[in-house]
Design a protein around this ligand. Structure first.
Ligand SMILES: CC(C)(COP(=O)(O)OP(=O)(O)OC[C@H]1O[C@@H](n2cnc3c(N)ncnc32)[C@H](O)[C@@H]1OP(=O)(O)O)[C@@H](O)C(=O)NCCC(=O)NCCS
Length: 133
């Protein structure tokens, strides 16, 4: 049984562990614990998936709960992938941010084919300034 919850106080070490075990750790600052703490403190939504207490997935989003929601990190531990955990985490982020919000994200290369599978629409007019570090 996988349980889903909003955990605003998720420990940075647990967050790091699920990033690494999902594969997303290659693209996140997992060697900078202070920055991971800042990422957690600054997020309004930290949705977790736990099986027997063990963290198996996480979704971290920044939102105003009124108009927009940016889903920055979605990660599911490798051995738990493709069992519906990611889909449910995204559903929980949408439910908690509210139906007035657009949900935006930037897909990692390996996950580009994933988001249409869960019903998301492409946004051809997306633009960004990259991080400088
Ligand atoms: C991408 C990820 C979050 C998906 O979560 P998940 O729990 O494995 O996926 P789900 O079980 O919700 O998958 C839903 C559907 O998408 C499909 N799917 C899953 N991962 C996919 C992928 N990488 N590419 C294409 N389709 C994928 C599933 O087969 C499933 O199909 P179905 O509805 O026909 O059964 C997860 O695999 C992961 O953590 N990957 C590594 C990190 C990463 O790339 N994160 C995204 C950063 S933008």
């Amino acid at each position: 049984l996988v349980r889903y919850a909003h955990e605003p106080d998720l420990a940075a070490a647990e967050f790091r562990e699920v990033l690494v075990s999902s594969g997303l750790g290659d693209r996140r600052p997992v060697d900078d614990p202070a920055r991971l703490e800042e990422m957690l403190h600054g997020a309004q939504l930290i949705v977790t998936a736990r099986a027997g207490g063990v963290l198996v997935g996480v979704a971290r989003a920044v939102t105003d709960f009124a108009y927009c929601c940016y889903l920055s990190d979605l990660a599911v531990r490798r051995e738990r992938q493709r069992k519906g955990v990611g889909r449910r985490l995204v559903h929980e982020v949408r439910r908690l941010s509210g139906e007035r919000c657009v949900l935006l994200l930037a897909a990692a290369p390996d996950a580009e084919a994933y988001y249409p599978r869960i019903g998301m629409l492409p946004l051809p007019s997306a633009w960004m300034f990259p991080r400088l570090r």
